[in-house]
Design a protein around this ligand. Sequence first.
Ligand SMILES: NC(=O)c1ccc[n+]([C@@H]2O[C@H](COP(=O)([O-])OP(=O)(O)OC[C@H]3O[C@@H](n4cnc5c(N)ncnc54)[C@H](OP(=O)(O)O)[C@@H]3O)[C@@H](O)[C@H]2O)c1
Length: 346
Amino acid sequence: MEALVCKKLGDPSTAAGGDSPIVLSKNHPVPPLDSPTTVRVRVKATSLNFANYLQVLGKYQEKPPLPFIPGSDYAGVVDAVGSGVSLFKVGDHVCSFASLGSFAQFIVADQSELYLVPKECDLVAAAALPVAFGTSHVALVHRAQLGSGQVLLVLGAAGGVGLSAVQIGKIRGAIVIAVARGDEKIKLLRSMGVNHVVDSTKEGVTASVKNFLKSRKLKGVDVLYDPVGGKLTKESLKLLNWGAQILVIGFASGEIPLIPANIALVKNWTIHGLYWGSYKIHRPSVLEDSLKELLSWMAQGLITIHISHTYSLSEASLAFAAIKERKAIGKVMITIDDASHSRSKL
Ligand SMILES: NC(=O)c1ccc[n+]([C@@H]2O[C@H](COP(=O)([O-])OP(=O)(O)OC[C@H]3O[C@@H](n4cnc5c(N)ncnc54)[C@H](OP(=O)(O)O)[C@@H]3O)[C@@H](O)[C@H]2O)c1
């Protein structure tokens, strides 16, 4: 099978071949069913998350030994099942996430880790769901218990997790404020019914949000969803209400922000550190319920997956570049054709 292999750490957005840390292996062994309850999935699509980029750079918290096949969330068609599999059959549409290995034509998972994708759902969209929407759902619904009428401020709002937080915020009836950069991102966020959008290249976040809050007679932000960190976090803290909740999601800016404990005390803030993947070990039922709810929302058309870039495995360096250069709006995907009608690559 074809698989993208990370042979050394480095910047995967540099062109494949030559000095690139990622190499397309064309004769990688197809993973075997290694226990009676495992299922082999022919991957139709897999999504690129910021974490996949950090992992190949060697800057992610989980550092697998080299070589490894990167990739976490995916969707595809069941290709083979072990003798003890009772939940799935060959041909079923499924999605899931792994800590590694989805940038390949096949992946093997235990049946307990797979989710049936309803027939109404597009498989490529389902591959974009687990990490981005899963993170925002656990953060906003399970942790912050965001309620109707609360003010939600989303940073990096047009990125993968950001755009999912915006949609989940709207579903929960929150007043959603989004911060992003550039006309295209702003236009998309407005089209999604966001209550106030700030283009951080054109206006100061604090002043713009304060004006909006004043115009709506609102006291401040109740929930801050922060996948960016750095200066933007520092500015956002000035907007938080008494009793606000801060969801620490990530540091796309590369800067880990400091949240002063004395102010958290005086203002009764709650700071949630959220590492979605670790729910698989510590609270698997929360994660399962969350993904099932998201798939049902998707089937009902309550959430839409916005995909700005789609590439093949051989074009993976371009996919990483889209993430690195902040061009992604919503999700960046890698789609994998069936071997029977795969187009020629390179
Ligand atoms: N805690 C968890 O379990 C979890 C789960 C998923 C993701 N994350 C983290 O969340 C963050 C975002 O992930 P993602 O997949 O949504 O990434 P993404 O699609 O690339 O979005 C990141 C957004 O951050 C903004 N940004 C601000 N400064 C940036 C910079 N210097 N470089 C790149 N982007 C910058 C960009 O928006 P503008 O250009 O509009 O400013 C971009 O849209 C990452 O740090 C990731 O590791 C955490």
